[in-house]
Design a protein around this ligand. Structure first.
Ligand SMILES: CC(C)(COP(=O)(O)OP(=O)(O)OC[C@H]1O[C@@H](n2cnc3c(N)ncnc32)[C@H](O)[C@@H]1OP(=O)(O)O)[C@@H](O)C(=O)NCCC(=O)NCCS
Length: 339
């Protein structure tokens, strides 16, 4: 077990991590596209300003990863706000041998040393991780549904009607790399307003950006991690307000599958077809900007019915539950017998 820093790791070590992820994915999420080593070092290392990420590797013999042998497992914790957000992956051939428990112990020790009181983790449903986190007293705080849209199944004619079906007085614009600078304040305000009006109760393991400075930082961070951001914004022409927005990210690390991030429609602009139109327009833009994309995946709170309905109209098919688990650090320290 050793602490590991992607910034100083050799290219061979980075490739070993990609192999570990892919060999785990083949078992846990066999329908997901494989990881590519595109900007993987940056993807692993770069964080938002003020956040810190610590990583560990478990190897049979120290230095295996540097010799091109995939490690037995890896873990990382992102120390953000007052919660540590962690990930643990153990190679399928090394499971049920206590490697996961040892990696979890490293994370818990560090979180306790740094004064963090809670740990959160996103767990794909129907994987061994569910039992593992239950075993250590984690509880499920929030449930989402992951849905996948296969672009080859899209009825582009019907989609065109959805994209055009927005009420009069709204202007839709597409931007690569994020909204233009002079729109940051209105863009962040729309996100903040929706967040306040509609608290879904999630743990904010993927925090959003509700004020312009943080928005700027998050756009820069995405770019530095090799994640290409596209947005479609609906502007209410008479007030100049951002009425709705949708964000899609294309990661160099899995370039055939895009991730649909936030879609928000400000409450007073609901009922004019904005949500449907911005998401439909995004798919058209994506098709021409990123011809290599074959699928788009998205996560919705199980209780966010309006958005789930829009996604179904667009052809997204629910795939599996995605669970947010949390546990108290003090409780984990006791359970794991950490002194
Ligand atoms: C979850 C995971 C990290 C566990 O790693 P591990 O090294 O096998 O875990 P451990 O051996 O330390 O298990 C500790 C305890 O957790 C529980 N546990 C772990 N896996 C379990 C399983 N498949 N079924 C039931 N209980 C399980 C058991 O109580 C186990 O103790 P035991 O073996 O003495 O009964 C590993 O299965 C994994 O990487 N899963 C996939 C993670 C993921 O999210 N993948 C998707 C992206 S690639």
């Amino acid at each position: 077990m050793r602490e590991w820093d992607p910034l100083t790791a050799s290219a061979t070590e980075i490739a070993s991590i990609v192999a570990l992820l892919n060999e785990a994915m083949a078992i846990d999420l066999p329908d997901d596209p494989l990881w590519h080593d595109g900007s993987m070092r940056d993807y692993l290392a770069v964080t938002m300003p003020g956040e810190r990420k610590v990583m560990w590797l478990a190897e049979e013999t120290t230095g295996d990863a540097g010799r091109g042998i995939p490690p037995l497992g890896g873990a990382n914790v992102l120390l953000v706000g007052d919660i540590g957000v962690m990930e643990i992956v153990v190679h399928p051939k090394a499971r049920r041998l206590g490697v996961g428990r040892e990696l979890l112990s490293q994370v818990v020790k560090r979180a306790a040393d740094q004064g963090y009181t809670a740990l959160g983790v996103e767990v794909p449903g129907e994987t061994s991780a569910v039992e593992f986190y239950h075993r250590f007293g984690f509880t499920c705080a929030f449930t989402e549904v992951r849905s996948v849209l296969d672009l080859s199944s899209v009825d582009w004619f019907a989609l065109g009607e959805l994209a055009a079906g927005v009420g009069a007085g709204y202007k839709l614009d597409f931007y690569s790399g994020g909204p233009p600078l002079d729109m940051y304040a209105a863009y962040a305000a729309a996100k903040a307003e929706v967040r306040e009006s509609y608290d879904l109760g999630d743990l904010e393991l993927r925090p959003s950006s509700y004020e312009p400075q943080r928005l700027q930082a998050s756009i820069n961070t995405l770019a530095a991690r090799g994640l290409k951001l596209y947005v479609v914004v609906a502007v209410h022409e008479s007030s100049g307000e951002v009425a709705g927005l949708t964000e899609v990210v294309v990661p160099q690390q899995h370039p055939t599958r895009a991730d649909q991030y936030d879609t928000v429609v400000v409450p007073r602009h609901r009922g004019y077809g904005v949500g449907r139109a911005i998401k439909a327009r995004m798919l058209f833009e994506l098709r021409s900007a990123e011809p290599g994309i074959t699928q788009v995946q998205t996560w919705n709170a199980a209780i966010n019915e309006p958005l789930i309905r829009v996604n179904q109209e667009l052809g997204f098919v629910p795939d599996r539950q995605w669970l947010e688990y949390e546990a108290d650090v003090a409780d984990l320290v006791t359970r794991l017998g950490i002194s």
